[in-house]
Design a binder for this molecule. Structure first.
Ligand SMILES: [Zn+2]
Length: 92
């Protein structure tokens, strides 16, 4: 399983939920899959329907792995770079 926002992987889906991964979130009009705890904390908020959603200020500024399958996602947006700065070891 892989974070749709920053691309970090987690091996065990069983542990994922315990560690704070969420299975899906709302990115405006489109629903996206899987976000890691760091991205969730930094970029998402509780939406009105009980779903996690991308904070207003980040909408349109993020790239998602499930949007364009291949190229481009390594090109981290400024926002995700900010998230990852605290934990450089996450980038393989
Ligand atoms: Zn992430």
């Amino acid at each position: 399983m892989r974070c749709t926002i920053c691309g970090i992987r987690i091996d065990s889906e069983d542990n994922a939920v315990e560690e704070g991964w969420i299975p899906y979130f709302c990115g405006g009009e489109i629903e996206h899959e899987v976000a890691c705890p760091d991205c969730t904390q930094a970029l998402l908020q509780d939406g009105k329907d009980g779903e996690m959603e991308v904070k207003e200020e980040f909408r349109g500024r993020l790239k998602y792995l499930d949007e364009k399958a291949d190229e481009g996602w390594q090109d981290y947006s400024d926002v995700v770079s900010t998230v990852l700065e605290s934990e450089p070891g996450k980038l393989n």
